[in-house]
Write a protein that binds this ligand. Structure first.
Ligand code: ZN
Length: 216
């Protein structure tokens, strides 16, 4: 009986020790988690992404608009016709064409906002001139101010008011021949496929959208 009682008490004591041990382990475990959570830094140094500092001084300058330096703007031309695409340049000119040949016949200044168009037009005319055997090209009408265009009875949406059109004659060539030559150059992709108009004494060519007409 004593042996059984002693054994029983021993087992109970052993279980109590085991229980106390696990309770102690549990309490210590919980406490450790709380301490770890409280002491955890706001951001871990492991796995963080270092923010990239962008040095704006080394960034390429991407202009969102065509810069218009005030010192080279020239005369401000405030009423560019709304149907005209603006293409700014301070000067236009190629080997065989100069701005003065395209100036509005009423003496109006060619706006810088349109001179980029004129430059592109001149480049096409150089191709036409070369294809014609370098014969002299006469520009009978280039840029027209809105007022001059109206006085001449030009179409309200004329490409002449946008510096995109020229009425030309080529020495020793009929207007028909000039028309055909320009049509061929357009066909072969050597010049811009713009407007091409046939008249008795001259040929109209412009660098706007593709159109053809015959007023001869
Ligand atoms: Zn014309």
């Amino acid at each position: 009986m004593n042996i059984k009682k002693t054994a029983f008490i021993s087992i109970i004591a052993f279980l109590i020790v085991i229980a106390v041990y696990f309770i102690w382990r549990y309490v210590r475990y919980r406490t450790t988690i709380i301490v770890q959570e409280e002491e955890r830094p706001e951001t871990s140094t492991i796995g963080t992404i270092t923010p990239v500092i962008i040095d704006s001084t080394n960034m390429p300058i991407i202009p969102t608009t065509i810069p218009l330096p005030t010192n080279t703007l020239g005369p401000i031309y405030s009423n560019i016709p709304s149907h005209c695409m603006e293409n700014y340049a301070t000067v236009a000119g190629t080997a065989n064409f100069s701005e003065s040949e395209f100036a509005s016949r009423d003496g109006s200044t060619t706006p810088n906002q349109l001179k980029g168009n004129l430059q592109l037009l001149m480049q096409q005319l150089e191709v036409i001139r070369a294809a014609a055997g370098n014969k002299p090209v006469t520009v009978s009408s280039g840029y027209r101010s809105v007022a001059h265009n109206a006085a001449e009875g030009g179409a309200a949406k004329s490409k002449h008011v946008c510096c995109q059109a020229a009425d030309i004659k080529i020495a020793g060539m009929s207007a028909n021949k000039v028309y055909d030559l320009i049509a061929q150059l357009i066909e072969s992709g050597q010049i811009i496929n713009g407007g091409l108009g046939k008249y008795n004494t001259f040929t109209h060519y412009d660098i706007s959208t593709s159109r053809r007409w015959d007023y001869s």
